[in-house]
Structure formats: structure tokens, C-alpha cells
Design a binder for this molecule. Structure first.
Ligand SMILES: Nc1ncnc2c1ncn2[C@@H]1O[C@H](COP(=O)(O)OP(=O)(O)OP(=O)(O)O)[C@@H](O)[C@H]1O
Length: 366
């Protein structure tokens, strides 16, 4: 396994790119640690596959370098990069047994047969394929075939990294859930460097220990799932991560407008939300207040510091409730426990200071 450095990497599919919009991938420099599980996450067209293909060698970047353990591989073809790849659709040999499919990448590299057997049985066990090893692949379901493709990706010990391009897309939802957690377990047991492209945040957040969130060819934030959830550095991270995403409320600064000395506030329509005076003094440009639905306090009862609001509706979603409320002419959502006593009508919202974020020009202000 290898550390991967992306050094000033950028890519434009068109010749003579002139403006940032001409780039599928805008200049980026970052390091992915040996043995890490990374998810490249973002909406369709944000550049995830382009980045993955540059790492695998399918696309040569227009600018910058890719280094594996300090070695420049930018000009090496895929075969010379020592990586394994798993794609959206199964890539297996139908005429071979499950065992021989899993053994193929090892036998191809002349790994001694005793080691082939031990590694195949280890990977088969992890993927719960042990009982199927003697079956011929041709008769198997699409799900099973994709599991074998995953196994073929995971079977070699000596690869620099394993690259996954939306590998669970064709998998049945129940099995998908199992495989996501399985991949996390496999990552810990086999200590592999994994890079995993997905547009599905649940997939990225369950599987990866580092999530690289992309938008418009740029990395907007890279960090642990927890940091992306708790500390979104950009409004896009707040919006894209979470279900529902962060409440993002355009607002204006009211320096010194808070209830206590040194405290400021922001104005949202006719509502005023107190905010740390220091943060407010560092904010320039268009301001947005951000609070996750999980952290927004919401009740029919008045509480100290809570703001009067209209609770429009309450949706009971089984494990939790989603409250839709109006404050200062804007709509907010709160996520409450399933047993919370709450109903439509007059209500109160509170913004815990340590969970309330201010963004200026979409970037967090600290
Ligand atoms: N071979 C190509 N030629 C020209 N433009 C391309 C090519 N491949 C991708 N693009 C463009 O580059 C941008 C990034 O595409 P890319 O496939 O990397 O995004 P993505 O995040 O992987 O999206 P998806 O999840 O839909 O595959 C898009 O605007 C896309 O239209």
C-alpha cells in the first residue's frame, strides 16, 4: 500500500482551457495516507471520476503530478501503477469458478499456490463467499458477481491502492447496506489503502475514515465524517451532508445587537439570533447562518432565549420527527427524537451557540 500525493493536479478535457469553468478538475494539492479509506463524494459531474481516473492512469492530467510513495507515476500506464480497480459493473470470468475468479489476480502475478489458497479463503470469508467457492460464476446473480468483483479487487496484498468507482450501484439495497459495513471491517482487517468514488453520502460516511467532498471540480472539504457533519467549512458541505441538510439562512449582521455586552446578533427578517461578537466582527460580505436540524432546538413551550416561530408541520418518520418551522420569513427544519411531544402551531426555536455557524461568501467564519 502507498501514500498518494496529488501535487498541483488539474485537468481540462478541452484544449487551451482559458477560464476555471473549462477545468473538470481545478488545481488541487493533497496527500492521502497509506492505509487510509478515502471516499470521493459529490454530485454528478463534480469531477470524482476524473480524479479517480488520473490516479489509475486512465486520464493524464493537464497539470501537476501524482506520486505513489514519493515516486512520480504521472506518465505511467495503468498496468505499471500496481493498483486494483473495482467498477460499477461486475468484471469477472463467467466460465471460471468463484475460487478461480478470486485467485486470478494472484495467479496472474505468479503468487505461490499455497498463498493463493490462503488469501482467497480469507477474502471469501470476509465477503461471505466461502460456501460458493466451487460454483461456476455464470449461474450467479448480479449481486453475487459484483461481490466477486469486490473480492478480486481486495485479494492482492501488494497493491499501492484499491480504487472503487461506485461499486455498489447495481447491488440490491439490503445487501448494499451489509457490504458497506463489511468494507469498513475489511479495511481494518486487511489494512488496505482504499479510494472510493460515490455520490451517496450514506455510503461515504459509513465506509470511509476520510471523506473528500467535491463540487464543481474542487475539493470543498476533506476530513472525517464527523468533522464534515459538525464543522462544515462551506455552505455546500452543510447542504450536501446530512438528511435533511443544514438550515442555511441568509442574514445581516447586527454588531452589538445581542442580549449581553460583547455579543452580536444576526437579523433574519424580523427575528434576531444572538451570535458571538468576535465571529461577527470577522465576517465580510454576504452572510448565511447555518444550523443542523439535529441541533436546532424546537418546542411548543417558551424557553429562555428561544425565539418565537410558527411550527408549520410535524412529520413522524418512525425513528425521528422532522419539524418544519417558519422564522423571520424563512423555512427551517428541526430533527427531533421520535418521542418528542411537538405539534403544529405557535412554537419556539433556539440556536445553541456552539452548534450555530456563520458563513461569509459561503466560507465559515471562525
Ligand atoms: N471524456 C470526457 N470528455 C469531456 N468531458 C468530460 C469527459 N469526462 C468527463 N467530462 C466532464 O468533466 C466533468 C467532470 O466529470 P466526472 O465524470 O469526473 O464527474 P463525476 O463527479 O464523476 O460525475 P458522475 O458521478 O456523473 O460520473 C463533467 O462536466 C463531465 O461532463
Amino acid at each position: 500500500m502507498a501514500r498518494i500525493d496529488l501535487d498541483g493536479l488539474a485537468h481540462a478535457y478541452r484544449e487551451n482551457p482559458q477560464t476555471p469553468a473549462d477545468y473538470a478538475l481545478r488545481p488541487m494539492t493533497m496527500t492521502w495516507q497509506d492505509g487510509g479509506a478515502y471516499a470521493l463524494l459529490g454530485p454528478s459531474g463534480c469531477g470524482k471520476t476524473t480524479l479517480l481516473n488520473i490516479i489509475s492512469g486512465l486520464v493524464r492530467p493537464s497539470q501537476g503530478r501524482v506520486l505513489f510513495d514519493g515516486r512520480d507515476v504521472t506518465d505511467l500506464p495503468t498496468e505499471a501503477r500496481n493498483i486494483a480497480q473495482v467498477f460499477q459493473f461486475p468484471v469477472i470470468y463467467d466460465t471460471m469458478t468463484v475460487h478461480d475468479n478470486l485467485a486470478f489476480p494472484l495467479r496472474n502475478r505468479r503468487v505461490p499456490e499455497a498463498e493463493v489458497r490462503s488469501r482467497v479463503s480469507q477474502v471469501a470469508e470476509l465477503l461471505e463467499l466461502t460456501g460458493d467457492l466451487r460454483r461456476r460464476a455464470s449461474g450467479l446473480s448480479a449481486d453475487m458477481k459484483q461481490k466477486i468483483s469486490l473480492g478480486r479487487g481486495l485479494v492482492r496484498r501488494d497493491v499501492a491502492a484499491i480504487l472503487f468507482d461506485e461499486p455498489l450501484t447495481v447491488i440490491d439495497p439490503h445487501l448494499k447496506w451489509q457490504l458497506r459495513s463489511k468494507l469498513k471491517q475489511i479495511h481494518h482487517e486487511l489494512k488496505l489503502s482504499l479510494i472510493y468514488v460515490t455520490h451517496d453520502q450514506v455510503e461515504a460516511l459509513t465506509f470511509a475514515d476520510q471523506v473528500v467532498l467535491m463540487q464543481g471540480g474542487e475539493v470543498v472539504q476533506a476530513g472525517t465524517p464527523q468533522s464534515l457533519f459538525e464543522e462544515p467549512e462551506h455552505t455546500f458541505v452543510g447542504y450536501f451532508i446530512g438528511s435533511p441538510g443544514m438550515n442555511l439562512l441568509p442574514c445581516t449582521a447586527v454588531p452589538g445587537g445581542g442580549p449581553s455586552p460583547g455579543q452580536g446578533a444576526v437579523q433574519i427578517g424580523d427575528a434576531r439570533v444572538p451570535l458571538d461578537g468576535g465571529v461577527l466582527s470577522r465576517a465580510q460580505g454576504a452572510l448565511t447562518l447555518g444550523i443542523r436540524p439535529e441541533f436546532l432546538g424546537c418546542s411548543n413551550e417558551a424557553a429562555p432565549g428561544a425565539l418565537s416561530a410558527e411550527i408549520e408541520r410535524v412529520d413522524d418518520l418512525g425513528n425521528y420527527k422532522i419539524v418544519t418551522a417558519r422564522l423571520g420569513g424563512q423555512t427551517l427544519r428541526a430533527k427531533l427524537p421520535e418521542d418528542a411531544a411537538i405539534s403544529a402551531g405557535p412554537g419556539y426555536l433556539s440556536f445553541p451557540p456552539n452548534q450555530t455557524r456563520l458563513y461569509a461568501g459561503d466560507r465559515i467564519v471562525r
